[in-house]
Design a protein around this ligand. Structure first.
Ligand SMILES: [Zn+2]
Length: 374
């Protein structure tokens, strides 16, 4: 592998680790702050509970003094009762005494209520105090742990920064600049190539590009996402093709609503792939460069089914291929067929040629599909 690429891979690892460490260092005070918030909440609960206890104590003292006052009044009434002259006066005083006794009863009920409540209040205070103690201990532990972790991370960060600098020094300046630019835009600057695809943007690579990446002897950049491409032999997907003889090739159907043709020498273009589609009384023709999959010229539409509309394509040298892409799908290709389609057509042509070569009485590949042969 190119030293530049090896250093870039190491640089990517260092960059990831540096980002992770920085994030972790930033997150540690946040964790401590969250527990501090909780602690403040518990403190508020405790204060409220203590205030309630104080308020209840005040209320109890107030009722007690009310009772004392009433008792003094009653005693005064009783003294007056000894001196009264009339029955009416006596009854009035008796009434006052009864009234005051009722008030004493009511106040005593209130005091009892407060005393029962006081038990619950005390429990609230005790619970809040216990929470506060536990949380205070926890926050001290958390703070110690955060300090320790921060120091550890900062040590690691310094190591990684040093490694990063040495990796960067080992990469050509222009390439480092490109890497930095792509990282800034897309967060990562490298992408693995697997199964002919750029794994970061999922775009299929041209066979030549793929081979260059595999060889690892030059820096190859993804046309689509601009990431620097690399190939890891360890993650290569094993070929799906069975090791034994190739499965027999499907013979394209003559009455299919579409036809795919290979022509080795198309007027002024050399090798091309042609698609013919028949729909609703007319046929369309698209011509693609055999090697690049780029569309050549415009789509041509003529009346009738494709054999009648484009008889010239079925004369001379041609090989009929298997193709199953419909018009809406082809519309999405724009002016270039996807690599996967191009690969399939190339593979089918190879299979057709191999089949033809196995039959010595046909003098060329097109013979089986040549109109004269049917
Ligand atoms: Zn890409």
């Amino acid at each position: 592998m190119l030293p530049d690429l090896k250093n870039l891979l190491d640089l990517q690892i260092a960059d990831r680790e540096i980002t992770r460490l920085k994030d972790e260092i930033a997150s540690l005070p946040k964790r401590v702050a969250a527990i501090e918030d909780q602690l403040a909440g518990t403190k508020a609960v405790l204060e409220k509970a203590k205030t309630a206890v104080k308020a209840d104590d005040g209320a109890k003292r107030k009722y007690e003094s009310v009772i004392q006052d009433l008792r003094q009044k009653i005693s005064k009434y009783r003294d007056q009762m000894l001196d009264v002259k009339t029955n009416e006066q006596y009854k009035a005083l008796q009434h006052e005494v009864t009234f005051a006794e009722k008030d004493i009863n009511a106040s005593e009920d209130k005091i009892l209520e407060l005393m029962i409540n006081a038990e619950a209040r005390e429990k609230q205070v005790k619970a809040a105090e216990a929470d506060l103690k536990a949380e205070t201990a926890e926050i001290e532990k958390e703070k110690t742990e955060a300090r320790r972790k921060t120091m550890e991370d900062e040590g690691l960060l310094a190591d990684w920064n040093a490694k990063r600098d040495s990796y960067r020094a080992g990469i050509s300046a222009e390439l480092v600049r490109h890497y930095d630019r792509v990282v800034k835009l897309r967060r990562t600057g490298l992408s693995e190539v697997r199964d002919h695809k750029c794994m970061a943007c999922q775009v299929m690579l041209r066979p030549q590009t793929y081979n260059e990446v595999r060889a690892g002897e030059q820096v190859v950049i993804c046309d689509s996402c601009q990431r620097i491409l690399y190939f890891d032999p360890a993650s290569e997907v094993p070929s799906e093709r069975p090791a034994g003889p190739l499965r027999r090739r499907h013979r394209p159907k003559a009455d299919s609503p579409q036809a795919w043709l290979y022509r080795p020498d198309y007027a002024g273009h050399g090798e091309v792939l042609i698609s013919l589609l028949h729909a609703e009384g007319s046929s369309s023709r698209r011509v693609y460069d055999f090697n690049t999959g780029r569309q050549i010229g415009d789509i041509l539409i003529r009346e009738g089914d494709y054999r009648l509309a484009f008889p010239e394509e079925f004369t001379g040298d041609y090989v009929r291929l298997n193709g199953y892409w419909n018009e809406p799908e082809m519309e999405t290709w724009g002016n270039e067929m996807p690599m996967i389609v191009l690969d399939a057509l190339h593979a089918d042509l190879a299979a057709a040629r191999a089949e033809s070569a196995a039959k010595p009485h046909h003098h060329h590949a097109a013979a089986a599909e040549h109109p004269a042969a049917r």
